[in-house]
Write a new protein. Structure first.
Length: 349
């Protein structure tokens, strides 16, 4: 199983400048590259200071000049916010500037806050239909001389300019949860990105079951790769682990508030949650966060990840966004690289 870093500029308060946040982002990415991680993933969001990520291609091009070895992935671009020709061209250009290291992850999106602003009237179903239309279209645009007459986009014969450096094209990943998304990804020859979010390992198993069912249904297709994305913290001791569980609890309370899209927003930040509101939300309680996410000392982290590897996951993405200080994020990531990853290298050897 390969290991990668999933990271954004993220904040739940204005206490740090956006420039400071970007410098922190770069620091964590350098640690991942120098520590031998397989890839760095960063996504797309708009108008949200919770996850500052207006165009992942910009970040990846910058990282391409600051890193040497890691693959550079979009985790993910939001399909309905792109035109197929624009997405094909910008992804291909990024592949050139990254010396053929691009991994292209694509999703339907999740936040109604963004749908309201970039595509009023759009819902999750419509966004998913656009994702299903855009993926085969960009592949055909990379091949060239492709005319498209779809439900959402129409254009005469067009060739992506440029075409990708990788042949035949960068790996494409689909963010999938429901069985239909898994089936679409496998049928299209795409890899699968999935996350249980705050849910436990029953959901991790369920996601793999959906993937396996899709592979069985399309047994004539080569088996794609599947990646698991989880909030992760490698603690120095029990007290450190307990602190991290509380911090990630706060993070998920804000994640849930953004998803519900009911609280006032000012300067791209959602109205501050009170300690009472956070404490009352049992779904994201610290003990639930610790039990469900990978928040533990190194030995327990290794044990959890071995189970995921045994389930069949090809890649594990260390989701580091958490609202905690960069010093704590850095210490956790360094412990992951120095104490967790070697256990898997020894097994492979």
């Amino acid at each position: 199983m390969k290991f990668s870093l999933f990271v954004h500029m993220e904040r739940i308060s204005p206490r740090q400048s956006q420039r400071e946040l970007y410098n922190e982002f770069l620091t964590l990415c350098r640690i991942a590259d120098e520590g031998g991680m397989h890839a760095i993933w960063t996504g797309e969001h708009h108008g949200m200071n919770f996850t500052i990520a207006p165009n992942p291609f910009l970040n990846l091009v910058d990282l391409a000049r600051r890193t040497r070895n890691v693959r550079l992935g979009t985790g993910t671009v939001v399909a309905p916010f792109w035109h197929p020709i624009k997405l094909a061209g910008e992804a291909a250009m990024t592949d050139h500037l990254a010396d053929g290291r691009l991994e292209l992850g694509i999703a339907r999106g999740a936040y109604s806050f963004e749908y309201e602003r970039l595509s009023p009237g759009l819902d999750a179903w419509g966004a998913g239909q656009r994702m299903r239309e855009i993926i085969p279209a960009i592949r055909q645009l990379w091949e060239g001389d492709y005319a498209h007459a779809g439900e959402f986009w129409q254009f005469p014969a067009t060739t992506s300019a440029p075409q990708p450096l990788q042949e035949p094209h960068p790996p494409i990943w689909v963010a999938a949860r429901d069985p239909n998304s898994h089936e679409f990804a496998v049928a299209q020859g795409c890899n699968v990105q999935c996350t249980p979010l705050w849910q436990g390992d029953d959901e991790v198993r369920g996601l793999m079951d959906r993937f396996e069912a899709a592979c069985a249904k399309h047994a004539d297709k080569p088996r794609p790769k599947i990646m698991l994305l989880r909030h992760t913290y490698v603690g120095a001791n029990e007290a450190d682990v307990e602190q991290a569980a509380g911090e990630i609890s706060t993070y998920y309370n804000y994640f849930g508030a953004w998803f519900k899209n009911e609280r006032p927003i000012h300067q791209g930040l959602i109205q501050k949650l009170t300690p009472e509101e956070i404490a009352a939300n049992e779904m994201f309680a610290p003990r639930i966060m610790r039990e469900n996410n990978v928040i533990a000392e190194p030995g327990e982290v290794i044990e959890r990840l071995k189970r995921y590897e045994a389930m069949g996951y090809d890649e594990y993405a260390f989701w580091i966004d958490s609202g905690m200080s960069v010093e704590r994020k850095r210490a956790s990531l360094e412990r992951f690289i120095s104490t967790v990853m070697p256990a898997f290298r020894r097994e492979a050897a």
